[in-house]
Design a protein around this ligand. Structure first.
Ligand SMILES: Cc1cc2nc3c(=O)[nH]c(=O)nc-3n(C[C@H](O)[C@H](O)[C@H](O)COP(=O)(O)O)c2cc1C
Ligand code: SF4
Length: 519
């Protein structure tokens, strides 16, 4: 019987040489007449171990990594096909502490299934969630999602079930499901991992959403920087259609649902839901004023559910194991699990799915192992470019929407970017304003003009020019942007700026003196 080897085709693995490693296995297998089968999976999310090669053994998958093409011959010679030890041995992959300590619900199959095979997805329990939704019908499906406590994983944390209920309540007509896969936040890659590693779970989640609210068509809007994810999704959509899981009478039921993949053109603001809808309609990505909500007047003026990849990909497990099961994880009003992404200057960067409630300290120091440079951690930015910077004093904050809001921060899409003690926080504050100036859609003044004035102000403060007065103006400007912007791009840019100023005043020159004087 041939030996099965798993190598990721996730773009995070490809960019460190996974393709070359796979090719080397193919080449040597042919030369040496080895009976091996190579399955290209998604990533397990332990990026410091990529390219990771896993060998199927009766006791589980045994891992070796990070593997270079030049290691392959030696590995085969050492008996890796029989799971034997080598300097790159990692033992059973699922026993590696980073992996073992997770609660994988949304990412249950990522890194395990063949993302191009509908049969493999089904063999691992795929499409059981859809079967349940078909069995219990639209209303009960919406209620199951409501009861699970699932909140949108794209950033705002709005209850997914409530959104579905609103669309379901609109009169029967053409309705749409739109999946937001723009994933523009710094340090985030969970959406990409799902699309590349387990695309059918997203298709299944979108199909369930379609049945639940009475929408017969859907779109996945993927950022242009994700060509591998676009390819993976297109292949999976075709396979699902060919297998009767998309199109007319899906899975032999009375329901019709089909979908397609669309690529963005590279603007952060196109991740904002109304801007995304404009872009999908072929227009310039400019934010729409709300109301009306997309749930009432969305894509092409029709009622639309717009959800993040992770929100939709969490639905099948909720349908299979039930709202009660899912709700049992988490704390407060943050229920279930969150796929947290550890990035930046961190030793063990990757995807860590766990129940809400884990502290920042546990995530950064224990799970992530501190900085890659070995220097002390000085700050982390949580929630993308609009998220606050947290100093070590706030590391006991639990990963929970409300706890982060109370600490003047946000969870966003679950990205954590780590900085060591060489970071200049005044530069980071300047960067936040500059980012906003570049990415602003230009519709409203506080964001369009305010961000450029913000860059100038930080420059003046750092240069010591009228510092005290300019600090007051900067705070005032942040206040105006926060309250006067139409969307969260202008409205949340003050978070990184003000958190840098509040927690790291020494980087802004005389600020410390000013804060002390104010006390
Ligand atoms: C500037 C800006 C960028 C955003 N980018 C994204 C994004 O890349 N992906 C995403 O899912 N949501 C993004 N959002 C949030 C969306 O507007 C929206 O809340 C989300 O798609 C709703 O899905 P959810 O409820 O499942 O989170 C962004 C919001 C803003 C203001
Ligand atoms: S805050 Fe900025 S991005 Fe948002 S609508 Fe206003 S100008 Fe556009």
């Amino acid at each position: 019987m041939s030996v099965r080897i798993y190598i990721s085709r996730d773009s995070g693995a490809l960019c460190v040489g996974a393709q070359e490693v796979a090719m080397q296995f193919f080449k040597l297998a042919e030369q040496k007449g080895l009976d091996i089968e190579i399955v290209r999976t998604g990533s397990r999310g332990m990026y410091w171990l990529e390219p990771l090669v896993e060998v199927a053994r009766p006791e589980g998958r045994v891992g070796y990594g990070p593997v270079k093409p030049s290691d392959v011959e030696e590995l085969i010679g050492a008996g890796m096909l029989d799971g034997k030890a080598h300097r790159l041995s990692l033992g059973l992959v699922e026993e590696i502490p980073f992996f073992k300590s997770q609660t994988r619900l949304t990412f249950k199959h990522c890194g395990i299934v063949d993302p191009r095979s509908l049969e493999d997805y089904k063999a691992h329990g795929g499409y059981k969630g859809l079967a349940k939704a078909i069995e219990i019908g639209p209303e009960a499906t919406v209620e199951e999602v409501v009861n699970s406590g699932l909140r949108g994983r794209g950033g705002a944390g709005f209850p997914t079930g409530f959104k579905w209920r609103t669309v379901a309540a609109t009169p029967p007509q053409q309705k749409y499901i739109v999946c937001n896969a723009d994933e523009g936040d710094s340090g985030t890659f969970a959406d990409r991992m799902i699309m590349e590693g387990d695309p059918f779970v997203l298709i299944e989640g979108m199909t369930i959403a379609g049945i639940a609210v009475g929408a017969s068509y859907g779109y996945v809007y993927i950022r242009s920087e994700y060509p591998d994810a676009v390819e993976a999704m297109e292949i999976a959509v075709r396979a699902a259609r060919a297998g009767g899981m998309l199109g007319k009478n899906i899975a032999g039921s009375k329901y019709d649902y089909d979908m397609e993949v669309r690529m963005g053109a590279g603007a952060y603001v196109c991740g904002e839901e109304t801007s995304l809808l404009e872009s999908l309609e072929g227009k310039r990505g400019e934010v729409r004023a709300k109301p009306p909500l997309p749930a009432h007047v969305g894509l092409f003026g029709k009622p639309t559910v717009i959800n993040n990849v992770l929100s939709l990909a969490s639905v099948p497990i909720i349908m299979i194991d039930g709202a009660e099961f899912y709700k049992n994880f988490g704390m407060g009003r943050s229920r279930g699990t969150m796929p947290i992404q550890l990035a930046g200057n961190i030793k063990h960067g990757g995807l860590y799915e766990t129940a809400f409630g884990i502290t920042l300290r546990a995530l950064v120091d224990e799970v992530g192992g501190g900085t890659r440079t070995g220097r002390p951690v000085r700050a982390v930015q949580v929630g993308g470019p609009l998220g606050a910077y947290f100093p070590r004093e706030l590391f006991d904050t639990p990963f929970d929407y409300e706890a982060f809001t109370a600490a003047d921060g946000l969870i966003g899409h679950g990205g954590i970017v780590v900085f060591d003690d060489t970071v200049d926080m005044a530069k980071q504050a300047r960067f936040a304003m500059e980012f906003c100036a570049i990415e602003s859609c230009g519709k409203c003044t506080p964001c369009r003009i305010g961000s450029t004035r913000g860059v100038e102000l930080v420059d003046k403060i750092v240069a010591g020019e009228n510092r005290e007065a300019n600090l007051v103006v900067l705070e005032d400007l942040c206040h105006t942007m926060k309250l006067g912007s139409l969307c969260a791009l202008g409205g949340f840019t003050p978070y990184p700026v003000m958190s840098a100023l509040t927690h790291f005043p020494e980087d802004f020159g005389a600020k410390k003196k000013r804060l002390e004087a104010a006390e």
